[in-house]
Each structure stands twice: as C-alpha cells, then as structure tokens.
Write a protein that binds this ligand. Structure first.
Ligand code: ZN
Length: 345
C-alpha cells in the first residue's frame, strides 16, 4: 500500500474568505475501511459560496471545499462490495455511528457530525480517501447527475420530514437550487404546489424546467399573506417550506401556514427567528428543521435519477476546471445568472 501515499497533488484551497489558492497537498494511504477515490466532478453548493464570502458560521480557514462529488474507486482497503473503476456517489456526512442520534437512524444530525468540505477537507482535489460505508454505487449514471445527488438529497429529506399524505397544499418559498430540490420531490406528493420567489427567471425555470404549474412573484413591500391566500383560492397552505435562508422570510411562515399546518425550514439563517406564541398555538403549527440527508435518502435519490425521474442537467449553467477555480469562482460568486456550477477534474 505504500505506493498509495501521495506527497503531491494539486488541491484548491480556500485560504481565507475571498481567496482561493492552488497548493501541493499530500494524501495518506487509505486506512482500513477506506477507499481511495479519484474525483471526477464537484457541484458548487450554497455552503461553498457562503464560505467564500466569509459568511459560513464556525468555518475554519484554510479549507479544501467540495462535498457534492462524483468519483471513481482507485483502491479499496478492506472487504467491500466495490471494485476498482466503479463510479460512486459520496455521502459527505461523517457521523459517529455510536451517537444516540445515529443509533436512532438520524445519522444526518449526529452531535459530532462533520461535513466534508466544511468541518474537514473536502473534494476539490484529484484524489481523496473516504470511508467505504459512505459510498454508493453509481455506475451507469452520468457524472453531473452523481455530483448533484447530494443537493437533491437536501430536498428529498425536507419532503420526507414533512411526510405529506397527498392531500395537502404546499408553498415553497425560494426557488434557488435547494428550493428546486424540494420541488423535485414534493410535486408528486401534494395536491397543489405554489412556488414563490423574488426572481422572475428562477420562477420561469420552475415552470419550464420543473413542471411547476403555479408560481408567485414576490416583491418588496408585498402583503405576503394576502398574496399567498390569493394564490391558494382564499386558503393558506398546509405545508410551507422555506428555502430562502432569509430570517424575515422564515419569520413570515408562521403567518402563512394553515391552521394545523407544518413549517419546514430547509434554508439556514444565522440568527434568531422570533415568533408570536399565541399565533403558533392558535394554529397548532408543527415546525420542522431539515438539515441534510440520511444514507437511505441518497439511495432514494440515485434511484430516482437512474429511473429518469430526475434530470439535473438543465440546472447546470456554469462549468470550470479544477485549476480554474481560483480565477473563476470569484467571478461566478457575483454572477446572478448562476443557477448551478460544476467543477470538472
Ligand atoms: Zn451541497
């Protein structure tokens, strides 16, 4: 195994907010239970943009970003069902299997969870070692689709959290990649869906690319509750998903959900969200946080991609090579036409 120690590989490191560098990194031999992966494609996520802008909480620099990965097995250290050359998707959440949350099946929000590319170095490099149990078979699936599976999992998990029975009406606030991921798995599971956003182009993509029939254009100063009631024939929706990450938007959801309804916070806001308890009680609302996703949901998403139920190809608007990241990432960070960017290695 000694030949597998890599002293030099060109990694992209976020040295500090606003500054990517290329550096020569080293990679140890894969430990028992790990596989060496060759990275082929990396999706750029909201987390990566936030880290670049210095707006990711508890984020330590320097850091190699990248957690949306399509990879190929180079070597496996230990018994496994994988062979050299297999394509894999990566579940980038490193949990403690003995923690109480993991034991209850909630491996995605375990106390000591470390997310690849956030709490430890991620995949913006040619090769990486990963625990075998965090790999999923993806042979036969296009690299772009594999890389974007993690993003889709965020939406699948949020929808599973809300556990719809098919009769509900639903509002999705925010039509960025996370909102779109929610929509992808929600559309067939509710009776009626309305998607709201400030951006006309995003709403147009939801209609044309995702088959959403009803969209609601938001604007500054709009009477949101009235606009939502108008969109739902005078009623309020049973499920309100917030995928904006905006504190003001998240606060508004307490007035937008129907009595007996559910609010699902998918986007993350770095602060406190006050709410009026009599309103919360009167409606007997259920408030759910949705963090990332479980292994089972990765399988669910890969299966949906394999069966052709989901195609994220049209979501991708921008591409760059790994070595172009220091130059192009800062430009794309200020480009409003970026829906989803991918990095090719
Ligand atoms: Zn992501």
């Amino acid at each position: 195994m000694s030949s597998l120690h890599r002293d030099y590989q060109t990694e992209v490191v976020l040295a500090e907010p606003g500054q990517f560098l290329l550096r020569q990194g080293s990679l140890p031999e894969p430990a028992p239970g790990e596989a060496r992966l060759r990275i082929h494609r990396i999706g750029v996520c909201g987390t990566d943009w936030h880290a670049f802008r210095g707006r990711q909480p508890f984020f330590e620099y320097p850091r190699v970003l990248g957690h949306e990965l399509a990879a190929e097995i180079v070597v496996v250290n230990g018994p496994s069902e994988f062979s050299v050359g297999d394509l894999v998707a990566v579940e980038p959440y490193l949990n403690d299997p003995d923690s109480p949350a993991s034991q209850k099946g909630k491996s995605n929000c375990c106390e000591s969870l470390r997310c690849l590319g956030v709490h430890c170095d991620g995949g913006m490099r040619p090769e990486i070692n990963m625990p075998i149990k965090k790999l999923l078979h993806a042979d036969g699936i296009a690299l772009d689709q594999i890389a974007l599976a993690e993003m889709l999992c965020i939406g699948a998990h949020a929808v599973n959290r809300s556990n719809p029975d098919g009769s509900e009406t639903a509002l999705v606030l925010g039509a960025g990649p996370i909102g779109m991921s929610v929509i992808t798995f929600l559309r067939s599971r509710v009776d009626r869906l309305v998607v709201a956003d400030l951006d006309v182009a995003r709403l147009a993509f939801c209609r044309e690319g995702l088959g959403v029939e009803e969209t609601l254009r938001l604007s500054e100063g709009i009477n949101l509750e009235r606009a939502v009631r108008d969109a739902f024939s005078g009623q309020l929706p049973d499920l309100v998903f917030d995928a904006t990450g905006s504190g003001a938007s998240m606060r508004s959801t307490f007035r937008l959900a129907a009595h007996g309804g559910k609010i699902i916070f998918v986007g993350l806001f770095l602060g406190e969200i006050p709410f009026d308890d009599p309103n919360f009680h009167r409606r007997e609302l259920t408030l759910l946080a949705s963090r990332n996703a479980t292994s089972g949901e990765f399988s669910q998403v890969l299966n949906a991609i394999e069966r052709g139920k989901v195609d994220v190809g049209p979501w991708i608007t921008h591409r760059m090579r790994l070595e172009e990241v220091p130059e192009r990432f800062p430009i794309l960070a200020n480009d409003p036409t970026v829906r989803k960017a991918v990095i090719e290695v």
